[in-house]
Design a protein around this ligand. Structure first.
Ligand code: SF4
Length: 306
């Protein structure tokens, strides 16, 4: 565990699974999203960037092959982690939003690459049809994988203001269905959405902690230059200080049972796109601050779980 054994870090679990540092390679498989193609709307969720929140993902389109995208990502990361194991991370946009034949072709193209040890599928809960869930179940039988489900918030008022297009009931239903198929689910929440109090954010955390999830991802709200939210609220700053954010995250961890893996505690936006909070790109400083706070206050993940 990281933070002096104080929370259940996914990077530690992956090291146990694969025997070495394991890195996700962001893939943009060329999908879109119902909030962008006109099915539910255009322009995306207010906080989403033009790249479908996958700015670092390598795109697979037209003539380019999955193996080329994987090579680009490995080249990018191999200097830092020369002996890593790799997971193909279908990151950008909605990665179950295509005919199941297309999904099958894309997923297995990644899995057939000998450098790839497993896959991660990021999607929205209202876009997993029965056939796609069956495909995920099939893959899960023979391969290491998890599915990342965007929830962001349990609060209807926020979800509507951000134009997310689904609610917590959709998340609950998809989460239970995938878990019943033996598929690991990671819940994605955003801390710092406009209008949300600390209490509201903690309610979202407590809710996902009560669901059959394998992991939780707490993403610091990043205002990005090319998002609708920046146009709507150019002066919005999610937290008054890094210290305030660190205090919130440490409290969130107390409400997450220790068997649930922690996948993220900060933001993840390239600095060139970031508007606020301006300190968000200092990921190492934020994580060090969280670890220090946990230690100083003698807090461990799950301390407040009954
Ligand atoms: S559902 Fe995901 S990909 Fe689609 S607009 Fe919202 S954040 Fe972006």
């Amino acid at each position: 565990m990281q933070g002096g054994e104080r929370y259940n870090s996914i990077s530690d679990r992956l090291k146990e699974e694969f025997g070495r540092k394991t890195v996700k390679l962001g893939i943009d498989a060329g999908f879109t999203c119902p909030n962008r193609d006109g099915t539910l709307g255009y322009g995306g969720c207010a906080f989403c960037s033009e790249g479908g929140s996958g700015e670092l993902a390598a795109r697979v389109t037209g003539g380019s092959r999955m193996s080329d995208s994987i090579s680009i990502q490995i080249d990018r990361l191999s200097e830092k982690w020369p002996d890593a194991a790799y997971l193909a991370y279908f990151q950008a946009f909605t990665n179950t939003y295509a005919p199941v034949g297309v999904l099958r072709q894309r997923y297995f193209e990644a899995l057939s690459d000998p450098r790839i040890s497993g896959i991660v599928i990021s999607t929205r809960p209202d876009c997993i049809e029965a056939e796609a869930a069956g495909l995920l179940e099939e893959i899960n039988r023979d391969h290491f994988m998890w599915t990342e489900l965007g929830l962001q918030t349990i609060h209807r008022s926020t979800a509507e203001a951000m134009g997310i297009g689904y609610d917590v009931a959709a998340f609950d239903s998809a989460c239970r269905d995938l878990a019943s198929r033996g598929i690991k689910v990671v819940a994605h929440l955003i801390l710092g959405l406009p209008g949300e109090t600390r209490g509201m954010m903690l309610e979202s955390v407590k809710h996902v902690a009560s669901m059959p999830v394998y992991g939780v991802k707490l993403h610091l709200m990043n205002i990005v230059r090319n998002s609708r939210l920046y146009g709507m609220m150019p002066d919005y700053v999610p937290f008054a200080s890094m210290d305030e954010y660190i205090g919130l995250v440490t409290e969130c961890l107390e409400y997450i049972p220790e068997n649930i893996t922690i996948h993220r505690l900060t933001g993840d936006v390239p600095r060139k796109y970031l508007v606020s909070p301006e300190w968000s790109y200092r990921k190492r400083t934020i994580l060090n601050g969280i670890n220090r706070r946990l230690k100083e206050m003698d807090i461990r993940q799950g301390d407040k779980c009954i």
